[in-house]
Ligand binder design. Structure first.
Ligand code: FES
Length: 342
């Protein structure tokens, strides 16, 4: 039976449909890439959620021995990670992004270091400028991989800047004791040094089709970076700005950063409300508790509200549960977990 082919249909959010064949028992993502489908992916091992989609019809299961970050409840609800799934019948999947998104394939670029600036007790702002003639189209929220010079290992970061700022790109990077990128940035990085980046990656990005709906952003630590890029993209777009709420938190006041940037945006965007949170030692004007605990009854004013969450997994889980409780539809909640790597 192994050579039996199943027909897989992909419905993209922009109404475009593509289909391809996959042998029974074979990896669906591999077959999709082979057939040049505009699908998003990155790790190809079930851990980044870039390839997430919803099984609308048919039978698709996790490949034997593969691990996946999906919760049992998400799997039950039809979510699948294409990179660890096999088709057991003809299948139809709904994708949460338009067909044009995956069409801008990841590629490699080079960029010069403009500056490395310590902006909090454990965060630096890395500003880069793309080399002449090189370009990196990306959506606010997506991430790039940067090669750590000398070590050759890759680290993933989302720009806090936007497409409009190119050829400049800005990243907010958490310093980790013993971290490869942290060591490089603290001790070796020099102005004009060349870094190699690849991207864009990821399915966490601002949904253009919802830009008029109220937005809620929840950010923990450097999870603020993609959120700033999203807020700036909404600001730079024409027309009336949607109501926006940003809840941003760090452990203690000296770990907070980018507060001036946030304040500026509040001045530019009267529809932006912000809550800055710390887990301990709150001083005046700061909310004591997590950015999730700062969400209140009455924050969700429309059934169309969209929410973007970026931070550690426990924060994302708590924010998702709270937002659903407050009335946000699960399908309007988009999240990116960041994992610290040493
Ligand atoms: S590509 Fe990372 S989970 Fe599938």
């Amino acid at each position: 039976m192994n050579d039996q082919l199943h027909h897989v249909t992909l419905n993209f959010a922009d109404g475009v449909t593509h289909s391809f064949s996959v042998p029974r028992g074979a990896n669906i993502l591999d077959a999709a890439i082979e057939a040049e489908m505009p699908v998003l992916y990155q790790c190809r091992s079930g851990s980044c959620s870039s390839c997430i989609c919803n099984l609308a019809d048919g039978d698709a299961a996790t490949l034997p021995g593969a691990s996946s970050t999906l919760l049992a409840s998400e799997y039950e609800a039809g979510q699948r990670l294409l990179c660890v799934s096999q088709a057991r019948s003809d299948c139809t999947f709904n994708l949460g992004y338009g067909s044009e998104v995956g069409a801008s394939a990841a590629h490699e670029v080079h960029a010069f270091i403009d500056s490395v600036e310590r902006i909090a007790s454990n965060v630096v702002k890395l500003t880069l400028e793309l080399a002449d003639g090189e370009w990196m189209e990306f959506r606010p929220g997506q991430f790039m991989q940067i090669v750590v010079p000398g070590l050759g290992v890759l680290r993933s970061y989302s720009p806090s800047s936007t497409q409009v700022d190119l050829p400049k790109m800005e990243f907010l990077i958490r310093l980790l004791p013993g971290g490869a990128m942290s060591g490089f940035l603290e001790h070796e990085a020099e102005t004009d040094q060349v870094l190699t980046l690849s991207g864009p990656y990821g399915a966490f990005f601002l949904r253009e089709e919802s830009r008029r709906a109220p937005h809620i952003f929840v950010a923990g630590g450097t999870g603020l970076a993609p959120i700033l890029s999203m807020i700036d993209t909404l600001r730079q777009g024409g027309g009336r700005k949607p109501p926006m709420l940003l809840s941003f938190g760090c452990a203690v006041p000296e770990a907070l950063f980018s507060l001036e940037d946030i304040e500026l945006r509040q001045q530019w965007l009267p529809t932006l409300e912000t809550r800055i949170c710390v887990d301990r030692e709150a001083t005046e004007g700061l909310h004591l508790g997590s950015p999730v605990s700062a969400l209140r009854e009455g924050d969700v004013t429309s059934p169309d509200t969209v929410a973007y969450l970026c931070g550690p997994q426990p924060m994302i889980d708590a924010a998702t549960a709270r937002l659903i409780e407050l009335g946000v539809k699960p399908e309007n909640i988009f999240a990116e977990q960041f994992v610290a790597s040493n």
